[in-house]
Write a protein that binds this ligand. Sequence first.
Ligand code: TEU
Ligand code: CA
Length: 528
Amino acid sequence: NGSRPWWESAVIYQIYPRSFQDTNDDGIGDLNGITRRLRYLVELGVDAIWISPIFRSPMKDFGYDISDYVDVDPIFGTMADFERLIAEAHAHGIKVILDFVPNHSSDQHAWFVESRASRTSPKRDWYIWRDPAPGGGPPNNWLSEFGGSAWEFDAATGQYYYHAFLNSQPDLNWRNPEVVAAMHDVLRFWARKGVDGFRVDVIWHLIKDRQFRDNPPNQNYHAGRPPNEALVPLYTTDLPEVHDVIATLRRTIDEFPDRLLIGEIYLPVERLVAYYGRNLGGVHLPFNFALLSARWDAKHLQALITEYEGALPKGGWPNWVLGNHDRPRVAGRVGQRQAAVAAMLLLTLRGTPTIYYGDELEMPQVDIPRHRVRDPFERNVPGIGIGRDGCRTPMQWDGTQNAGFSSVDPWLPLSDNWRSNNVANLREDAVSIWNLYRRLLRVRKETPALSLGSYRSYALDGDLLVYYRELDNSKLLIALNLTDQPQVLTFEPGASGKVLVSTGADRDGEATTDSLALRGDEGLVIEL
Ligand code: TEU
Ligand code: CA
């Protein structure tokens, strides 16, 4: 399979850098911390890391508000630290993917400072400025993802600027060719440093309606949901022209060999797959977030997998995400008992999986006490359970002070399972979730049918989720019990096989017949 791109068989591991490893005693993770833990990532068995933003930033949205796209924030280290990280990651066989945030900058970026200086500033049109509505007030009804109007009034120049997120995150104007050129140069800057790919933040937001029409009301909207959902973002996201913008990003990426372009896209599957682009000239991987909000039952999951597989364009490579820094932890969503089954699902589906740091330890979704909330989203829109700090707590390395994350009080509190669920402990425990991740990653590497084989769903059997993965003469059956009750699966009469991986580790190597008993919360990978 030497002709296939590296990222088709790779497993990606997302690092939220503030929370991974602190090395200079300020309670915040840093680049040297990631470098120090590269051996850990090799031991776990991942192939690539995607690091959430590390660029110069006032940190209003923890790095998703960038004030210099071609510099490293001092909180995380220096450019020399970054170059060392890249060199050492590559020496360890690990690819490095950076987070590219082109939709908006910080309001402290020199471009915006210049843009807001006057109506005639040469950079005025780099951002989205509009006059007040005829009767006064914001130009239209567009809402911010983080609550309130998406328009901020600038008294000095008498106009409003658009911000899809915080008012300290003004949206750049991607209809302006100078903006496009500047941002492509940013990509080239990092690609020349050896970066292996980019995850592009909110890529489906890049283009807004030229006529600034009002978004229509959402008929299904009800109280208790974030206010931005009151309107359908018809004229603010997923516009047809966004695909042209993405195609040009892809052409720039293709100036460099073997680079990966991932798009962050929250859309229904039929719209999501359009981001592979015409003739697959879009992003290589439009992040598939279906599992983040899936109801945890076999029927629902099977339908969702079938729908996604069926929607993929010819040549479009699938991918799966089980957790990220914006959504509640998987252990919180599916329950601790199902966490192992969820891990087996992620690592046995067809397509590139992304593991969120700490999910290999079953880190929980943490309830952050109000006085320690740092997430600006939760501070803006409190009390509807959408805070993001709870999935960003410090990595749990060992049983020493602050879980080995830092010598001082971390920027967010530790979860309360850190004394048991830390790397040092779980690594020694053969039946731990950590060892399950490791075994699955190893088997995935050794078994091309798992990384590259076809997916075929098995006729639904009660509450079991069952599917085949096949390549040439190699055939695997994956059986996942999504309930806490024992289940029996009967398949092809006379079939026999061998368990390659069992969630509890105790059935590895077991011979199987055509009647297969699964315990509650158990999953098996079987070689037929
Ligand atoms: O998130 C985009 C996104 O869709 C968010 O609005 C998400 O819905 C929200 O965080 C609630 O879950 C990206 C980044 O991943 C996020 O961390 C940033 O805050 C946001 O863009 C702005 O850059
Ligand atoms: Ca630090």
